[in-house]
Design a binder for this molecule. Structure first.
Ligand SMILES: Cc1cc2nc3c(=O)[nH]c(=O)nc-3n(C[C@H](O)[C@H](O)[C@H](O)COP(=O)(O)OP(=O)(O)OC[C@H]3O[C@@H](n4cnc5c(N)ncnc54)[C@H](O)[C@@H]3O)c2cc1C
Ligand code: FES
Length: 261
């Protein structure tokens, strides 16, 4: 875990309500892996002690990117970042995507949950690993990816304004795959992930989910990001075998080890 003062390269709106910032942060970018996140101090003048966690959506040897929505004060301050501005980051944090060997990876991102999914998509492309990418949003204006059957990129919208209409899971009918030889990697709103978790368990599809819990410290001190794990030894389990911390044990968990998203 590194504390690094990065420098903003750009910070722009990429779709309705969606923003992307690129930051020069060579220490973090050279260490991080797809699925990991950073904890951001939105402004050096901010009185709030809690940093704001954001997934890394892109990395190279020098830079990282984040994709975010403005929902409160912290993300509003991030939205005000100017080119060249120094930004205080801690990272890389959390575990990372793994376990695609021997499977056909199906990547599913909903809303800003697309961020850690995109970083995995870029990585799999760099390794020439065939996979499918599905992004779900409410409406066409929120999409910043182009759908492409040739590149296995599918979009869904709640209102059908582009791509497949309805839930992100509807896109699973658009291409052939063998459930027993496929693995879903997903991140998005809790309701979306819970639907995917249940579908994966029902259809016996391997599935890893990245949870975006409220986090204070980001590194295991505050216990604010507790996740209940399945544990069949009721009464005999220890606290740590029944409850995990999303920040250090996750944010990525297997569908079978979560009670709920
Ligand atoms: C590991 C991780 C990765 C994340 N990656 C991204 C990302 O790539 N892009 C992105 O836009 N956001 C991401 N988030 C969520 C992001 O951290 C929050 O949106 C942000 O902290 C909100 O800060 P704020 O000060 O703007 O809003 P606040 O004033 O803190 O909150 C505004 C409202 O948003 C709600 N809220 C805050 N955080 C969350 C959350 N985690 N889940 C659901 N509701 C929340 C609050 O309850 C409140 O209603 C991630 C969270 C985690 C834990
Ligand atoms: S955020 Fe503090 S323990 Fe996880």
């Amino acid at each position: 875990m590194i504390r690094e003062i990065g420098q903003v390269v750009f910070n722009r709106e990429i779709a309705k309500h969606f923003f992307e910032a690129e930051i020069i942060a060579p220490l973090i970018s050279s260490k991080c892996k797809p699925g990991q996140f950073i904890n951001i101090l939105p402004s050096s003048h901010w009185k709030n002690v809690m940093r704001r966690p954001m997934s890394i959506s892109f990395q190279d040897d020098e830079k990282i990117r984040i994709i975010y929505k403005i929902v409160g004060e912290g993300t509003q301050l991030i939205g005000n970042w100017k080119v060249g501005e120094p930004v205080d980051l801690i990272g890389p944090l959390g575990n990372y995507w793994k376990g695609w060997e021997g499977y056909f990876p199906i990547l599913m991102g909903g809303g800003v949950g697309i961020a850690p999914i995109l970083n995995l998509h870029y990585y799999l492309n760099s390794q020439n690993i065939n996979h499918v990418l599905i992004m779900g949003a409410r409406t066409k204006a929120e999409h910043f990816l182009q759908p492409s059957q040739n590149e296995n990129i599918f979009l869904t919208t709640d209102d059908g304004s582009i791509g497949v209409k309805g839930w992100i899971t509807n896109a699973l009918n658009e291409f052939p795959f063998d459930p027993l030889k496929s693995k879903i990697f997903t991140c998005g709103p809790p309701l979306m992930m819970e639907a995917i978790r249940k579908l994966a368990l029902d259809k016996k599809i391997e599935c890893d989910l990245a949870l975006e819990r409220l986090m204070a410290c980001g590194f295991g001190i505050c216990q604010g990001c507790t996740v209940e794990k399945t544990n069949n030894e009721k009464g005999t389990h220890s606290y740590r075998s029944k409850f995990a911390l999303a920040c250090i044990d996750g944010p990525i968990f297997s569908s079978s080890e979560l009670v709920t998203c």
